[in-house]
Design a binder for this molecule. Structure first.
Ligand SMILES: Cc1ncc(COP(=O)(O)O)c(C=O)c1O
Length: 392
């Protein structure tokens, strides 16, 4: 697969799959065929065909992530899944939810909100900086556990820092301490091998519209069997099967009012596309591209990287420091001037942001990217840093 299999606008250098990943044309077409089917006979589709179709769509996804399809339910995105977990895990005054200092802003907000409601406390554990040894990360993170810890929330692949975290080791240690773990995994699906039965977490929240190349508004929530009888919906609807099937815990989540589920029904086509290309090949090619970008950016800026060993910590996405500090740069929705310039002058989409008072750029590469895209970014950065002191 290459750029010709996607429908990206000509002239756009898209290096931000990590935020929003476009889907191949084939996947978009399968999605449209499901919409056509719904429009041709809505009663037939929604009340008879939908539930079996959802089951069929879940099977290849469950195979991909190494668990039974009965442990998963489709949701619109990882955020949706995280909100279900926040409603499900009981919390009370002075109990604690433990997160790392690399977690996604919206996820932090979900737990701050939930803790405010219940009187519980968010505990943010600082991780080693720079990240060097995954075992050291586990050790440092678990120092944040106390007898009041009621839940651990941790990214599988972090957003700002683009690091792959040793979630399996954390889950196994937490299990020995009887602390449930919710993994925030939207970047991991497709980007790295995932085996949920082996990881043995309690919840896994994922989006399929990033690295798996499914269409937008597609995700899943994994719920370990030990939680399935008490998982609570974030949206209340009928709570039963619409086609009169045997009751299951997923009923609460399949039907949350009338909606368009064509995106999740097209997930098997996204899996097929990447499988045909070859999972290893996809992962190697995209890693090589970001690694090439990382080397060039590091030699351009001369700044100490957040992570030295990209082979251990990064897959298809790498975050690198760039010169300059932007005040209030962590404010959501505010675009860094360098990001704006890269788009306005060079038609390059790449996020630039402030994290812990340092300025970073994150490059993501998927099958539609080539070395030319990365080199275009590098040439643009060279010009920006050389000519326009406002950006440094
Ligand atoms: C680590 C992490 N968690 C959660 C999310 C939210 O994903 P979504 O917008 O698909 O719900 C993101 C989005 O970039 C993310 O990077």
């Amino acid at each position: 697969m290459d750029r010709s299999d996607f429908t990206l606008d000509d002239g756009v250098t898209y290096l931000n799959n990590g935020s929003f990943g476009p889907s191949p044309r084939r996947v978009q077409e399968v999605r449209k065929s499901w919409i056509d089917r719904l429009e041709r006979q809505p009663m037939q589709f929604l009340t008879r065909d939908l539930e079996p179709a959802l089951r069929d769509a879940m099977n290849p996804l469950a195979d991909l992530v190494g668990t039974a399809s009965t442990n998963m339910t489709f949701v619109d995105n990882a955020t949706f899944g995280m909100n279900i977990v926040a409603r499900t895990v009981p919390l009370s005054r002075d109990e604690e939810v433990l997160l790392t200092d690399h977690e996604y802003g919206a996820v932090m907000r979900v737990w701050r909100d939930r803790c405010k409601e219940t009187g519980a406390k968010v505990v943010v554990q600082r991780l080693p900086d720079p990240l060097t040894d995954p075992n050291e990360l586990v050790e440092e993170f678990l120092k944040g556990v106390t007898e009041r810890t009621k839940l651990i929330v941790i990214s599988h692949v972090t957003s700002a820092t683009a690091a792959i975290f040793p979630v399996q080791e954390i889950c196994h240690a937490a299990r020995r301490m009887k602390i449930p773990v919710c993994i925030d995994g939207p970047h991991a699906i497709g980007m790295v091998p995932v085996n949920l039965d082996v990881i043995d977490c309690d919840f896994y929240c994922a989006s399929c519209h990033k690295w798996l190349s499914a269409t937008f508004g597609t995700g899943f929530l994994y719920v370990a069997p030990r939680w399935q009888h008490r998982v609570k919906p974030a949206i209340i609807s009928w709570g039963g099967s619409v086609s009169g099937q045997e009751p299951s815990w997923q009923d609460e989540f399949n039907w949350i009012g009338t909606r368009d589920l064509s995106g999740v029904l097209a997930i098997p086509e996204a899996i097929r596309c990447l499988k045909e290309h070859g999972w290893e090949r996809f992962r190697n090619e995209t890693h090589q591209l970001v690694q090439h970008g990382a080397e060039r950016i590091s030699s351009l800026t001369g700044l100490d990287p957040l992570i030295n060993d990209h082979t251990t910590w990064n897959a298809s996405m790498i975050t690198l420091p760039v010169p300059g500090i932007v005040e209030n740069g962590e404010q959501h929705g505010r675009r860094d001037p360098l990001q704006n310039t890269l788009w306005n002058r060079y038609q390059i989409e790449v996020p630039v942001f402030t994290w812990k008072n340092r300025r970073f750029l994150r490059i993501s590469c998927h099958l539609y990217n080539t070395t030319d895209d990365v080199d275009h970014l590098l040439n643009a950065l060279e010009e920006c840093f050389a000519k326009d002191h406002k950006f440094v």
